[in-house]
Design a protein around this ligand. Structure first.
Ligand code: GTP
Ligand code: MG
Length: 282
């Protein structure tokens, strides 16, 4: 049997979390069209007749934005690069190779671990994938180069097959019925944060975090209480919205997804609070 850790790295927004979800076949990680969605190391497990791959989603590398959050996230990426068996390096062919990409590549270039280059977003029109060839030229540094669409799930099987080939022999790392390292509280918080990211602009998403305080489950209802934390009174007003319309919208979107995933009715109570120290708990 094969088994091991497969880390997914790359710039922010290239589609790492989308790829993790598609590889595993279940939505585990939250995704967003805004940068810096992923803030934690998230595992997604794939079991095949040949063995088990544990995919490790990481925060995106973002160079332009200097903040406490960015520094913490980079530190997490660096930590996730040790003790792994395969690296999947994801790039977005609609984005030019610049300083940020070179810097990101620099993090993995000299690690002596099998590497796969994934050129994502192949569903987009060729005209938009202007830099496809530029990335392809990097192929020599990798064991494999694959062009695929994480979003549409196309050309995923060759990636699964190649990963299994590259993994060492070993026993499964997770029991067969466990697909991730994240618990219910974190999973719910991420769904709420994903919805908040989808409705606010500019700096509001980066100013906020979600923490879940309690989850009580009865036969037909899940009762959840949580908080959206932000570091500024001004953002708090925006997150609540006129007549609480924004926080209600977030709650409704999150509740809908939670009800669909759990097949139960969900009550979701959300408070919005100012807490300047949430970054320190990330
Ligand atoms: N067209 C297209 N869009 C994609 C594809 N994969 C991901 N996306 C979109 O790209 C955006 C970013 O996706 P994520 O999976 O959140 O990206 P990420 O690399 O995890 O981002 P961070 O966590 O911020 O580093 C989302 O809007 C996705 O829907 C793809 O194959 N094709
Ligand atoms: Mg992500």
């Amino acid at each position: 049997m094969k088994s091991g850790f497969v880390v997914i790295v790359g710039r922010s927004n290239v589609g790492k979390s989308t790829l993790l979800n598609t590889l595993v076949g279940t939505k585990i990680a939250a995704t967003s069209f805004r940068a810096q969605m992923t803030r934690h190391i998230i595992h997604g497990v794939m079991n095949t007749p040949d063995g088990q791959a544990v995919f490790v989603d990481t925060p995106g590398v973002l160079k332009a934005k200097k903040s406490k959050l960015t520094a913490k996230l980079l530190h997490k990426v660096e930590g996730a690069l040790s003790d792994i068996d395969v690296i999947i390096y994801v790039v977005d062919p609609t984005k030019e190779i610049g300083d940020e990409e070179r810097h990101t590549f620099g993090l993995i270039r000299n690690i002596q671990t099998p590497k796969i280059l994934v050129i994502n977003k192949s569903d987009l029109h060729e005209e938009n994938r202007k830099y496809q060839l530029d990335y392809q030229f990097w192929g020599n540094d990798f064991n494999e180069v694959l062009t695929l669409s994480a979003l549409k799930g196309s050309h995923i099987q060759p990636l699964r097959d190649r990963v299994m080939e590259l993994l060492p022999e070993g026993d499964p790392l997770y029991p067969e019925n466990q697909l991730t390292n994240i618990d219910n509280y974190f999973w719910i918080a991420e769904i709420v944060r994903e919805k908040a990211f989808s409705i606010f602009e500019k700096e509001v998403p980066y100013s906020l975090n979600v923490e879940i305080d309690s989850v009580e489950e009865t036969e037909d209802l899940i009762r959840i209480e949580g908080k959206i934390l932000t570091n500024d009174e001004r953002y708090k007003k925006m997150i609540i919205g006129k007549g609480a319309n924004k926080v209600k919208e977030i709650g409704q979107m999150a509740r809908k997804e939670l009800e669909q995933s759990t097949n139960k009715k969900v009550y979701l109570g959300l408070e919005v609070e100012v807490d300047k120290h949430w970054v320190e708990r990330i």
